[in-house]
Write a protein of this length. Structure first.
Length: 110
């Protein structure tokens, strides 16, 4: 598979992993839009939210707990979460991931 996130998960591409468990990793975004720009990546290759199956959905219960814990660990309590779903929505890598953005005042969306 030629997915950059799968290669990061499999340690084929180096990254700074800030968190890892059996289902998710968190790394720093290589093109940050703010002083804090992290990516929470689902380890299983699933292109979009629309492609999740029931088993995947059961694993996602902990996403917000992971985000809360990493924000506390790194010392920020206000942040924006972004999930782009599909190419026309801005998803550049077809592998489910959440952007965690903080470290400066963020403008309105839309």
């Amino acid at each position: 598979m030629d997915c950059v996130f799968c290669k990061i998960i499999n340690n084929e591409i180096p990254s700074e992993k800030l968190y890892e468990d059996e289902d998710f990793i968190i790394i720093k975004d290589i093109n940050p839009v703010a002083p804090v720009h992290l990516l929470l990546i689902y380890k299983k290759h699933v292109p979009t939210i629309n492609d999740l199956c029931e088993d995947d959905r059961r694993r996602f219960w902990k996403v917000f707990e992971i985000i809360k814990n990493i924000s506390q660990k790194l010392g920020f309590d206000e942040y924006r979460l972004v999930v782009n779903n599909g190419a026309s929505a801005g998803q550049e890598i077809p592998h489910i991931h959440f952007h965690i953005i903080s470290g400066r005042k963020l403008g309105k969306i839309g």
